[in-house]
Design a protein around this ligand. Structure first.
Ligand code: GLN
Length: 291
């Protein structure tokens, strides 16, 4: 079978399974099994696909047809123009989280050598690092000297995050620790300039209403924000001040309709509270400065 032939058969299977973008996904799977880019598919459409690779292609198309997200099939996801490994133990990085990361980078630029004092490292804490997409991107793009602590409750997620730090060349800037939010940090001693988090924020009974790609395949641990979806915001906003230097900043990603509630939670111990919308005009990031 040729590349073209296999692709149209793959597209047919995905269409039949009601997959949203059959051509895009079939093409991505073919690129993955052949180890090539998209241009190659179109210029070499008449090339015969070796039998074993063809088998692999249809096996993966079958997984996609059952609803498995493309990123878990290929094991990769791009975020902030960097390449990340993902496994079913990690949430797949979302484009809206780039807004959160960019807000932190902007703040770090403003502070370079000013807030922390010349020559001192900027200290950043990433809570619930998952694939490590936030911590790794910050380590990669912040040019000032910085040291990042990335924590997660899942040991398996931390292994993936560490590999992502290695692959992106920033392993030496990040310390990974297994921790239930702040539980493993040294209370009273460890102080950060910035705390950032994209915590699980879906309300428990909303989870079953999510698309099957998310509901059946992404880790519940990374999605479930408790009865009202706000459990982690309550815990983080209550405990963060203790781990921030005076004037240090908290950056939180918010789910749909949550930003103002989170801002309210921060009101007592933070000032300069700001809400930043994403590209779909949904209030996505809440930031504030510790009093
Ligand atoms: N920090 C990771 C991300 O933004 C994981 C978030 C999570 O699991 N809730 O993708």
């Amino acid at each position: 079978m040729t590349i073209k032939g296999a692709l149209s058969e793959g597209i047919r299977i995905l269409k039949e399974a009601d997959i949203e973008a059959p051509a895009v996904d079939a093409g991505a799977v073919m690129c993955h099994v052949l180890g090539c880019d998209r241009v190659y598919l179109y210029t070499k459409g008449d090339m015969e696909v070796p039998e074993d690779i063809l088998g692999e292609f249809f096996r993966m198309v079958g997984m996609r047809a059952k609803g498995m997200p493309l990123s878990y099939i290929t094991g990769r996801k791009e975020f902030m123009s960097l390449s990340f490994k993902v496994t079913p133990d990690t949430l797949i990085p979302r484009p809206e989280t780039e807004i959160l990361v960019e807000s932190v980078i902007e703040q770090a630029k403003k502070w370079q050598g000013f807030h922390t004092g010349e020559g001192m490292d900027l200290r950043i804490l990433d809570i619930g690092t998952g694939s490590g997409c936030i911590a790794v991107s910050l380590a990669y793009y912040i040019k000032a000297k910085c040291r990042i602590t990335a924590v997660d409750i899942s040991e398996k997620a931390l292994e993936v995050a560490e590999e992502n730090a290695l692959q992106n060349g920033v392993r030496q800037k990040i310390e990974f620790r297994e921790s239930d939010l702040f539980s493993c940090l040294d209370r009273g001693r460890e102080k950060y300039d910035i705390i950032v988090s994209n915590p699980p924020y879906i309300a428990e009974d909303e989870i079953q209403r999510l698309q099957r790609e998310v509901r059946d395949y992404e880790p519940a641990l990374a999605l479930n924000g408790g009865r009202d979806g706000l459990d982690f915001y309550k815990r983080i906003t209550a405990e963060a001040p203790e781990f921030l230097k005076p004037g240090g900043m908290l950056f939180l990603e918010a789910g749909y309709g949550q930003a103002h509630i989170i801002a309210e939670m921060m009101r007592k111990k933070f000032n300069d509270i700001r809400i930043i919308p994403d590209l779909s005009h949904i209030d996505r990031v809440v930031t504030g400065k510790r009093l």
